[in-house]
Ligand binder design. Structure first.
Ligand code: RFL
Ligand code: PHB
Length: 404
């Protein structure tokens, strides 16, 4: 058996694992990342596009912000349309200057991978059968198969950054773990295309035919979504059908400017709210999608992953630089406070913007629930105070510091 040693073993080379690894390495804390698939496979997953200021600051602190600062678009507002009538949420004005950055998760991931390679930090791609052992001892290990060899990684701490389907969460004994889960009765179909977006800012559109989101990656690349049935597959949605349906759900002005083109990528994602409590067990910490999932309506998934990374980074810095191991106990509590905020906002936005049709929800028929939610959305959109409630949460709540 081949034996490796590091201070922090990181499971998963998604944005959580890569960002944590980069931040730690810059502070002289060694880490090795184990990833189940290849780097190209990770980069092939088209996901988030909106970064909160806290995320942007963290990427800069990791020394990886150059391309994001050059190519990312600063967005000071977005639109919410209700059956064709559109209202702009002026985030910058409503929050006293806060904005978000539109820059794809794929690009952040690529920048982090490039930086990791340049710094010659170890990432084992295609690591199979990853197992976390002795996580409550002060000498945890991770065993895995790599390149035909059985390997053992000895470490002080393990960061479980391995997404919703990862193995890390399962190391918390079932009797100590509470999992909260809601599965929504619809999904999102996304289509990426090399076409100019319909708008300079995002449009979240509530429509009687179902929700639609017009998003973007650049002046020439669009990322658009529509609410679809859970039974639908990508094959049910040839590009033409997608564009036709997307157009019908947009407010008139945006629909008129729609330019269609062939898809580069198309996928359907189910919508889920999921939270695992606690987010730590012994010397193992869950980070990002490994611990929580939000429906994408609030653009919070990647941003919650980043606030987890920030909290764990602060904990580990204090452990290694000040020898204070007591602060470890704070991780789950601090991380979960922000997670629950993000979860509630995402759930609320999802309820207000989607069409529940005749699907039962919250113990009532979907039609009644839909009317309550439409009334709630109209109420918030009608006043500056209401719009501020949406804006403040969309730009993201501040990160919490460790207590002394
Ligand atoms: P990831 O990205 O899932 O990465 C986990 C990595 O762990 C690997 N892995 C393993 N490695 C070793 N051993 C094992 N046993 C392993 N099991 C798994 C996986 O291969 C993978 O590489 O989790 P991470 O790093 O926590 O990042 C989370 C984000 O990816 C996610 O929250 C966001 O993409 C969510 N999301 C959005 N978030 C936002 O903040 N803003 C958005 O605008 C936004 N839009 C979206 C989204 C997610 C979407 N989908 C498809 C779920 C839009 C969509 C459509
Ligand atoms: C995206 O651009 O992929 C995106 C943007 C905002 C969301 C969800 C996804 O709320």
């Amino acid at each position: 058996m081949k034996t490796l040693k590091t201070q922090v073993a990181i499971i998963g080379a998604g944005p959580s694992g890569l960002l944590l690894g980069q931040l730690l390495a810059r502070q002289g804390i060694s880490n090795i990342i184990l990833e189940r698939v290849t780097g190209d496979y990770v980069l092939g997953r088209i996901r988030a596009g909106i970064l909160e200021q806290g995320f942007v600051d963290l990427v800069r602190e990791a020394g990886v912000g150059d391309r994001m600062d050059k190519e990312g678009e600063v967005h000071g507002g977005f639109e919410i349309a209700v059956n064709g009538r559109s209202i702009r949420i002026d985030m910058a004005k409503l929050t006293g200057g806060d904005t978000v950055v539109c820059y794809g998760q794929t690009e952040i991931t690529k920048d982090l991978m490039d930086a990791r390679k340049a710094a010659e930090l170890v990432t084992c791609y295609e690591a199979a059968d990853v197992k976390l052992n002795d996580v409550t001892s002060d000498k945890p290990t991770v065993t895995f198969e790599h390149g035909g060899e059985t390997c053992q990684l000895e470490c002080d701490y393990i960061a479980g950054c391995d997404g919703f389907h990862g193995v890390s969460r399962q190391t918390i004994p079932a009797e100590l773990r509470t999992e909260h889960e809601t599965i929504y009765p619809f999904g999102w179909m996304g289509l990426l295309s090399e076409t100019p977006p319909v708008s300079k800012e995002l449009i979240y559109s509530k429509h009687e035919r179902g929700f639609a989101l017009a998003s973007r990656r650049s002046a020439t690349r669009s990322r658009n979504y529509i609410q679809v049935s859970l039974d639908d597959t990508v094959d049910d949605w040839p590009d033409d059908r997608f564009w036709e349906e997307f157009k019908r759900r947009l407010p008139t002005k945006a629909a008129e400017s729609l330019v269609t083109g062939p898809s580069i990528e198309k996928s359907i994602a189910p919508l889920r709210s999921f939270i695992c409590e606690p987010m730590q067990y012994g010397n193992m910490f869950l980070v990002g999608d490994a611990a929580h999932i939000v429906p994408p309506t609030g653009a919070k998934g990647l941003n919650l992953a980043a606030s987890d990374v920030s909290t764990l980074y602060k904990v580990l810095l204090r452990v290694y630089q000040e020898g204070d191991k007591k602060c470890i106990e704070q991780y789950s509590e601090i991380a979960l406070r922000r997670v629950w905020h993000g979860e509630r906002f995402s759930w609320w936005m999802t309820n207000m913007l989607h069409n529940f049709g005749d699907m039962t929800s919250h113990g009532m028929d979907g039609l009644t629930f839909g009317r309550f939610m439409e009334s709630e959305l109209n109420y918030y959109l009608a006043s500056e105070a209401g719009q501020r409630v949406i804006a403040e949460q969309y730009v993201g709540l501040p990160y919490e510091d460790l207590t002394t």
